[in-house]
Ligand binder design. Structure first.
Ligand SMILES: *[C@@H]1O[C@H](CO)[C@@H](O)[C@H](O)[C@H]1NC(C)=O
Ligand SMILES: *[C@@H]1O[C@H](CO)[C@@H](O)[C@H](O)[C@H]1NC(C)=O
Ligand SMILES: *[C@@H]1O[C@H](CO)[C@@H](O)[C@H](O)[C@H]1NC(C)=O
Ligand SMILES: *[C@@H]1O[C@H](CO)[C@@H](O)[C@H](O)[C@H]1NC(C)=O
Length: 506
């Protein structure tokens, strides 16, 4: 990968390489038919407790009413979680996918077969086009559109109307999907990932700058255990902008540092399946990065790690008879209704670096989160898919894992926090656990060796190398064309050029 980018940079313009750069968004809407009646009662929030204990402890400015944001998301891991926004003057209502793995705010600007409506910028008096084109590629899908600015309000968000950069999507491929109920995407990652470049201020940066809310947000995603093929979108969770809402989690919040501010990149130290350490070199878990991404449906693992996890699950669960298609995601495994035994599957733990670098903590998901109900056949069979997939672009802590936790993105203090979510519970049993601290002395002090900002750094290195090559070539040519005469004049026999080269090589 690195070698490839380097070669690519040596021979082509950087824009060629740039187009290979994709964001991890990958949504599985499921292709399965269903007549299932899912029991949502266990996921309903305890209204009595959430009204009484509201605390604004983390909102010194007093500008935010978190309670209003507790239920502002709809959707599930299969179709993504979205929030309602009002865009333009007069306002047009749109549902916007919440994606912590990219940094552009973009809305449909033209009709598409899979969406019910789009943002018509011609009807908005506050819309200004910047005239610039923009395109974004995701792991799945891509779009091209026009950059502009307009005003937006979030009915269930911080008070006020803000001016933001917005891309109107004019053409797309595999981006809007069947049965999704959103018409745009809110990239909540850092400006370094903004397209066409980091001068396009991301939505959340604008929101913080213009409303004065604290520079943090948190996410509770509550679709765990629901069939991705149910036809309606339940109340899906909350995007709390500006702070932490104590009624959305139990126990304490455990923090891990953000290694680099582009994606929400974290450092994974260890993986356990059924309490057994996979025992891979910890750098394997972070090749080429490990990120927290609400826009990716599954837990995605680098190929080696994925293979080790599947082997370990097969060993612990003693279910050899599963077809390999189940593990690769092409077939579902079905049980007679009510016969599926969660206890045959192991729990999976991810150890993250603590704020104290010599410590770690672990987040654990139960099989109910990664063996996901997809379809109900004839009311007699229940069919499940494997919620973990392999990845060529690093480890992605996607919705499969995030649904177990209340996840805080504390940009001000450069840390991501995890706590057990109040909605990660089904039929009375917890779907997630969190524990620590553990000593991290058994793992390397840096498991994410490859510098996170490798692309830009590589570009700089490549340009430097290219420059140096050109420079040496010019000197060689000069030396060939002007043979040996300077030797006599300069005494030491060292020309200006060659001393420069000596200097450059030191
Ligand atoms: C689901 O089943 C219904 C009735 O059997 C059928 O009309 C419909 O086309 C099916 N949908 C899909 C996506 O297979
Ligand atoms: C809801 O909260 C009330 C008051 O805190 C508590 O008594 C009750 O047991 C809770 N119910 C559930 C289902 O958690
Ligand atoms: C917005 O302001 C109104 C009136 O001041 C207040 O009642 C409401 O709670 C505020 N909403 C938020 C999200 O802060
Ligand atoms: C960090 O953790 C180590 C190991 O538990 C402990 O000895 C040390 O005191 C901690 N450092 C701080 C600053 O808390």
């Amino acid at each position: 990968m690195k070698t490839f980018s380097l070669l690519c940079l040596m021979f082509f313009f950087p824009s060629t390489c740039n187009s290979k750069f994709t964001f991890p968004l990958k949504i599985y809407t499921g292709n399965f038919n269903s007549s299932v009646d899912v029991d949502f009662s266990s996921l309903e929030k305890n209204e009595s407790s959430s009204t009484n204990e509201l605390s604004l402890a983390t909102d010194p400015s007093g500008k935010v009413n978190f309670l209003q944001m507790v239920n502002n998301l709809q959707g599930d891991s299969g179709r993504g979680y979205y929030i309602e926004m009002l865009l333009g003057t007069p306002s047009q209502t749109l549902n916007i996918l919440v994606d912590t793995g990219s940094s552009n705010f973009a809305v449909a600007g033209a009709p598409d077969p899979y969406i019910t409506h789009f943002f018509n910028s011609k009807l908005s008096s506050s819309y200004h086009s910047s005239g610039m084109d923009v395109s974004v590629r995701y792991t799945q899908g891509n779009w091209v559109g026009k950059l502009g600015t307009d005003i937006v309000t979030i009915p269930k968000g911080p008070n006020g109307t803000i001016t933001i950069n917005v891309a109107t999507i004019l053409q797309s491929e595999n981006f809007f999907l069947p049965r999704v109920n959103w018409q745009g995407i809110l990239g909540l990652a850092y400006k370094m990932l903004a397209r066409p470049d980091s001068s396009v201020e991301p939505f959340f940066d604008s929101l913080v700058r213009q409303t004065g809310i604290p520079d943090m947000f948190s996410l509770q995603m509550c679709g765990a255990g629901m069939s991705a093929s149910s036809t309606w979108d339940p109340l899906g969770g909350g995007l709390v902008m500006g702070g932490i809402e104590p009624t959305l989690y139990k126990g304490s919040i455990w923090y891990t540092p953000i290694k680099e501010e582009w994606y929400y990149q974290v450092e994974v130290l260890k993986l356990e399946v059924g309490g057994q350490n996979l025992n891979l070199d910890c750098q394997e878990y972070n090749t080429d990065k490990a990120i927290v991404d609400s826009g990716t449906t599954l837990l995605r693992l680098p190929q080696n790690v994925f293979n080790a996890v599947v082997d370990a699950i097969i060993r612990t669960s003693l279910i050899q008879q599963f077809s390999s298609g189940f593990w690769t995601g092409t077939t579902l495994a079905c049980w007679t209704k009510g016969e599926m035994l969660w206890s045959i599957f192991p729990k999976i733990s991810i150890y993250l670096r603590g704020m104290n670098a010599s410590q770690s903590f672990r987040i654990t998901i139960m099989p109910q989160l990664y063996i996901q109900l997809m379809a109900d056949v004839d009311n007699t069979l229940e069919c499940y898919r494997f919620g973990i997939a392999s990845s060529t672009s690093g480890l992605v802590i996607g919705a499969t894992v995030m649904e177990g936790f209340y996840v805080t993105f504390d940009r001000a203090q450069k840390k991501v926090g995890f706590a057990v979510s109040t909605c990660a519970e089904k039929s009375g049993s917890a779907l997630s656990e969190i524990g620590g601290p553990f000593l991290a002395s058994d793992v390397s002090s840096n498991c994410a060796k490859t510098p996170a900002i490798q692309e830009p750094v590589l570009w700089i290195i490549s340009y430097a190398l290219m420059g140096l090559c050109a420079f040496i070539l010019i000197i060689l040519v000069t030396l060939l064309l002007v043979p040996c005469r300077h030797g006599d004049d300069a005494g030491g026999g060292v020309t200006d050029e060659s001393s420069l080269i000596h200097h450059r090589f030191k």
